[in-house]
Design a protein around this ligand. Structure first.
Ligand code: SF4
Length: 290
């Protein structure tokens, strides 16, 4: 059985395959709907508000009150989003979600002074061909520091990883460095992960070696996905992530049976290189970017 592989990979899809090939197949290839997640919706809300704070407000106007107003404005704009509708929140639940988003937006101010931010892009989609792989990623915010170097900013609304998991979590940030190098012609000097809940900032400093390593890893995962598609072999990989998985009922590890793959093609052609679907939010960047 041969399946059509996805047309492109993002850092989250790379992780999804390495975490559990079966969950990857059901989500990315079969495109089965996943449980709506209040945490994901809250994350989108906070991202939107913080991006608007630095993109639509001049320095001096990037205040706590402005961030609060952006949370409420973004929430109104998200009202009809499919993910929000599927959550079917009660009024009380909506109020709690927005109140917590406001708390996270306020904690952002403990991590940096937005008036000092020199953003050259927010919600910036980058794509590049790398050894036959179409790699894509969306950068929350791209800054210039005082020396004119690039700095990637990534907002996180979940918990910061413990020390043991930190290294693995940081693997994805080097994808952003790789994409910057390929698309913009130079790598960022830093990738800063702003964990708003704690709040704490984790800084990664990309190097030629880390970027080369990320490139090799992404291509290796791509080859593994191609092989899995050729053989129709996506095995479950049970882990603590199963608690959050939408597909337990379809998983042999939980006495379920996966449905036949929807995207089955006989003699599947090699993946086409083409534009990938973009995320809902608009990409904003200064023009020219640099
Ligand atoms: S329940 Fe666990 S093993 Fe099964 S598909 Fe989901 S993540 Fe994979």
């Amino acid at each position: 059985m041969a399946l059509a592989p996805p047309r492109s990979l993002s850092p989250s899809k790379v992780s999804s395959f390495t975490d559990c090939p079966l969950a990857f197949r059901l989500s990315v290839i079969d495109r089965l709907p996943e449980r709506p997640s209040a945490a994901a919706v809250k994350g989108t809300l906070v991202h939107r508000a913080l991006e608007a704070l630095v993109w639509e407000h001049a320095p001096g106007d990037r205040t706590v009150d402005a961030a609060t107003a952006e949370i409420h404005r973004s929430w109104r704009a998200m009202h009809d989003d499919t993910e929000v509708q599927r959550l079917a929140l009660t009024e009380d639940e909506s109020e709690k979600l927005v109140a917590d988003a406001v708390v996270l937006a306020h904690r952002y101010f403990e991590l940096e002074d937005p008036d000092r931010v020199r953003a050259v892009g927010v919600e910036l989609g980058l794509e590049a061909d790398i050894d036959g792989l179409r790699l894509r990623g969306v950068i929350d915010r791209l800054d210039l520091n005082d020396d004119g170097d690039l700095v990637v900013i990534d907002y996180k609304t979940g918990r910061a990883p413990s020390e043991g998991f930190e290294r693995a979590k940081l693997g994805g940030v080097h994808v952003y460095a790789l994409l910057c190098e390929r698309v913009l012609g130079r790598a960022p000097v830093e990738v800063r992960l702003l964990y708003l809940r704690e709040p704490v900032t984790i800084v990664a400093t990309p190097s030629d070696q880390s970027i080369r390593g990320q490139r090799q890893r992404a291509v290796a995962v791509w080859r593994a996905i191609e092989r899995a598609c050729d053989l129709g072999d996506f095995r479950p990989r049970p882990s603590r992530l199963c608690s959050y998985c939408s597909f337990q009922a379809l998983c042999p590890a939980f006495d379920g049976a996966p449905p036949p793959a929807r995207a089955t093609v006989v003699g599947a052609a090699k993946p086409q290189v083409g534009p990938s679907p973009s995320r809902d939010r608009e990409t904003n960047a200064t023009a020219p970017l640099l």
